[in-house]
Design a protein around this ligand. Structure first.
Ligand code: HEM
Ligand code: HEM
Length: 189
């Protein structure tokens, strides 16, 4: 077995593969949330279908919270398998990656929670998942609506900045994706 296959094989077969599968499902959800959220917030109040778009945004947001719980459990499984064998080398690269991933997890939790804070402050029983009314996480309070709106806005776009940072950090993978897409295009043409 070569050195390369020895280092890549366990990752491909293990819980890490499940973790990355959740990673990409959540990535698709975030694309919908960012494009949908930014568009719906700019629609006129009386726009037909605006409420349905808000409900859809909240449904996808709640879905990411469920996926996040599953992701954290899978991450714990990955860590358990990896770090019970040997502890990580606390190199500056490891620390940097750990800090970036921890920030991303913090935003994956805080952004939807701020969405709840905003929606619940505005009106009680205002968050639905596939049409089912979810219990309030925060009390209705009209004095906090603007704070909720600002929190959700700033947390969401700071999260986006961290996602861009992470994508730049993974530029080798992005280049690989790009090469595969262009190869497929030239083959089919
Ligand atoms: C929606 C935005 C994204 C978020 C929130 C995110 C978050 C994360 C997190 C927290 C990890 C650590 C593994 C885990 O716990 O899941 C990770 C790993 C990874 N991400 Fe992302 N990611 C996003 C988008 C992207 C994009 C656009 C790429 C493009 C290449 C990418 C490539 C990767 C790769 C290759 C890994 C594995 C790194 C390793 O080998 O340790 N991610 N991501
Ligand atoms: C990770 C999950 C989420 C992301 C990334 C996200 C992202 C966004 C973005 C980018 C906007 C547009 C902000 C603007 O440009 O003004 C937005 C708006 C909004 N989001 Fe979310 N959101 C998420 C989850 C949620 C959840 C769970 C709820 C409610 C329970 C929610 C409720 C809202 C509402 C009501 C607006 C409209 C704001 C307005 O009218 O000014 N979001 N969201």
């Amino acid at each position: 077995m070569t050195q390369a296959s020895r280092t890549t094989k366990p990752r491909k077969n293990s819980a890490f593969k499940n973790l990355m599968s959740i990673h990409w499902w959540m990535f698709y959800c975030y694309i919908i949330l960012f494009f949908g959220g930014a568009s719906m917030a700019r629609l006129p109040r009386d726009f037909w279908g605006r409420n349905s778009l808000y409900d859809f945004h909240k449904t996808v947001g709640v879905l990411t919270m469920a996926l996040l719980t599953w992701r954290i459990l899978t991450l714990l499984q990955v860590w358990w398998k990896k770090y019970t064998k040997r502890l990580p080398k606390y190199s500056p690269e490891w620390m940097q990656k750990f800090a970036l991933h921890t920030s991303l997890y913090t935003f994956m939790w805080a952004v939807p929670v701020s969405g709840f804070f905003f929606s619940n402050s505005f009106q009680s029983n205002n968050v639905r998942f596939l049409g089912i009314i979810l219990p309030d996480l925060f009390p209705q309070n009209s004095a906090l609506v603007e704070l909720g709106r600002n929190l959700h806005f700033w947390l969401a776009y700071t999260f986006l900045a961290f996602i861009i940072l992470h994508t730049l950090d993974q530029r080798k993978v992005v280049k690989g994706f790009w090469r595969r897409i262009t190869k497929r295009r030239t083959k089919s043409s």
